[in-house]
Design a protein around this ligand. Sequence first.
Ligand code: GAR
Length: 204
Amino acid sequence: MRTRIAVFVSGGGTNLQALIDAEKKGQIPDGELALVLSSRADAYALKRAEAAGIPTAVVSRKEARDAADFEEKILSSLSAHGIEMIVLAGFMSILSGDFTARFKDRILNVHPSLIPSFCGAGFYGLRVHDAALAYGVKVTGATVHYVNEIPDGGQILLQKAVDILAGDTPEILQKRVMEQAEWILLPKATAMVAKRIRDEKTEK
Ligand code: GAR
């Protein structure tokens, strides 16, 4: 059976769209997008999931009593859908060490810089590109890595460099990093890990 994947989102979901398109093209042969879980009810990513016929769930951090309650709700949704692997694609909540330990080497994240630059708590979305431009680096990029208890600290799977050009704004740079790196790396890494998990099951 193909590896059942949940994609966690909080916003626009362009990385989710890249995964949906890759699955349609047969580029994730060992995985199946089985659930899209959003931390926000108004995330546009949910519309993309619905259009692709993927089941959705909303678990709001604000409506949860605390972090433990939030994660319990997520876990019960994952088990209801038989999820074996998680892809964080613009998910804006940090998961606890307890949570990440349950899915050791089964959670991926895409981060819009070359880790270890411009990463860790507080570096997300446009803030990452803002920081890269403020520092004056000439090359940035994206990283796909396993998720552990350290924000952006898990083992790196794939990275790709992207040039910074004169006149870049955070918005322009974000778009270039997505087009030239994130949307390519994330489906590729997802396919790799889905295959590894499927192979582990058949070996048993
Ligand atoms: C992406 O650039 C992703 O790398 C970033 O948020 C954006 C989500 O866009 N994630 C982080 O900054 C995580 N630290 P999307 O919703 O269009 O995929």
